[in-house]
Each structure stands twice: as C-alpha cells, then as structure tokens.
Design a protein around this ligand. Structure first.
Ligand code: AMP
Ligand code: ZN
Length: 113
C-alpha cells in the first residue's frame, strides 16, 4: 500500500521527528500553520477517524498523552493549543493516514468551521 505517512514512519521519506515510541510517531508539519505545528500519528495504518474501533482505540488515548507531553516540552501547555484531526473531504483531509495536528505558539483562529 502506498501511504506517505507509512513511508515517513519507515524512514523512506525524511521528516523532522519530535517524538517516537512503539506505537506513535510525531514530526513537524512541512507547511506549518502556527509556530508549533506537529503531526502525531499512530504507527498502525488507519485511514482516518472512520477506522477507529474498540479494538484499536487505545492508541488514540495514547496520542492524547503524547500531545500533552509534547505541548509541555514545546512550551505551549500554559499558553494553549489545539489538537485536531480532519476526517474526509468536507474537513479537508489530504493525507489518508490518521493524524492529529498539534497547533500552538500563537493566538489561534477561534472559528471551528
Ligand atoms: P490534513 O489536511 O489534515 O490531511 O493534513 C495533512 C498535513 O500533512 C498537512 O498539514 C500537510 O502540510 C502535511 N504534510 C504533507 N506532506 C508532509 C510531509 N512530507 N512531511 C510533513 N508534513 C506533511
Ligand atoms: Zn499509512
């Protein structure tokens, strides 16, 4: 299967890694929308939130633990940040490997839709 983020996890495509463990990988977004813009992804290939089930949802909880840890390390835990995952066409999802944007370091636009 051809998947950009699976290739990044395997190291076949370069990325600026900020965190890795046995189930999660995090790296800087190539087109940052904020001073801090990190993508946190499960190593297992899930296309989007649509693929989350009771069998695989533990990694999602873990991703939020990693988000909290990275927010602290990157100095945005007190100033505030947003964690967002786009699912499907109407949300503007462009890469179909589930990912969570960690955004912060500036006053973020409050419009959610
Ligand atoms: P989404 O629109 O929610 O699917 O987000 C996909 C994100 O992946 C965008 O913010 C892109 O800038 C980012 N992106 C695409 N290719 C790469 C890459 N090679 N390295 C890092 N980030 C990427
Ligand atoms: Zn993938």
């Amino acid at each position: 299967m051809d998947c950009l983020f699976c290739s990044i996890i395997k190291g076949e495509i370069p990325s600026t890694k900020v965190y890795e463990d046995e189930s999660v990988y995090a790296f800087k977004d190539i087109n940052p929308m904020a001073p801090v813009h990190v993508l946190i992804i499960p190593k297992v290939h899930l296309s989007s939130i649509n693929d989350v089930t009771v069998e695989n949802s533990a990694v999602i909880a873990h991703i939020y633990e990693v988000a909290a840890k990275l927010a602290k390390e990157l100095g945005i835990d007190e100033s505030g940040y947003r964690v967002v995952s786009n699912c499907g066409a109407d949300a503007g999802q462009t890469v179909f490997h589930l990912h969570f944007h960690l955004l912060g370091g500036k006053k973020l636009n409050v419009e959610m839709c």
